[in-house]
Design a protein around this ligand. Structure first.
Ligand code: URA
Length: 230
């Protein structure tokens, strides 16, 4: 399992590797824990999701509503154990209405594979639901207007672990201005949710040398999820 994940991840990340001739492929997806029905008894019903989504679609809390094509609510398994938090929609996401569909999204999918998941098994959302024009960084008042939607999503999903990708996601969730380099490799708790931090896939596209660190972070996150790292 570890070998196959590593092979896929390193290939996708363009990192050279040695492969043992005798190595056997295993299905990493099998490791994913599917939440038992009993555990999901108090999950919100579809109407709660619909009403939150309708609120987001109609949102005019900040100026970004004037320039968006559409809001980007979030996607994936609403009962996921893993919830991935990114920064804000870019041009592709603004057009498609779904988070992480561009090049960074492809890389995120490979990162998820390294945790033993397919994209549709986790829940993916951003700090901001609207695209900042020209892909500029989110401003602090936009984050304060919007982050409450994300917290409501988090409370509805009740994930076992949150993976914050990039500084904006990490800083907004953890209420800190520490750099990703200082936050990674530790479990942070906020509102009783375990949060693990790693670099943003868009940053990895620009700084491929950091890919090995992300591999380490993802393996650390898997250990936290399994309860073998704290
Ligand atoms: N980057 C993000 O942080 N989120 C997206 O949805 C796309 C790119």
């Amino acid at each position: 399992m570890g070998d196959e994940l590593q092979r896929r991840y390193l290939d996708a990340m363009g990192i050279q590797r040695w492969v043992a001739r005798s190595s056997r492929a295993a299905c990493p997806i099998g490791e994913t824990t599917v939440r038992a029905e009993a555990e999901t008894a108090d999950q919100p019903d579809a109407s709660e999701w619909d009403s939150l989504q309708a609120e987001v679609i109609a949102c005019t809390r900040c100026e970004l509503h004037k320039t968006r094509t559409q809001t980007v609510f979030g996607t994936g398994n609403r009962q996921a154990d893993w919830l991935i938090v990114g920064e804000a929609p870019g041009a592709d996401e603004d057009r498609e209405g779904e988070p992480f569909v561009g090049r960074a999204g492809e890389l995120l999918n490979e990162m998820l594979f390294a945790t033993g998941h397919r994209r549709e098994q986790v829940y993916i959302a951003n700090i901001l639901k609207c695209r900042p024009p020209g892909n500029r960084n989110p401003q602090s008042h936009e984050i304060s207007c919007c982050v409450d939607y994300l917290w409501r999503q988090i409370r509805m999903v009740q994930p076992k672990i949150i993976l914050a990708v990039g500084g904006i996601a990490a800083n907004s969730l953890l209420q800190t201005d520490a750099r990703v380099g200082e936050l990674r490799g530790k479990v942070h708790y906020v509102a009783e949710q375990a949060v693990v931090v790693t670099y943003h896939p868009a940053y990895l596209l620009r700084s491929p040398l950091e890919k090995r660190k992300v591999w380490d972070d993802l393996q650390f996150a898997r250990k936290v999820y399994r309860g073998v790292a704290h």
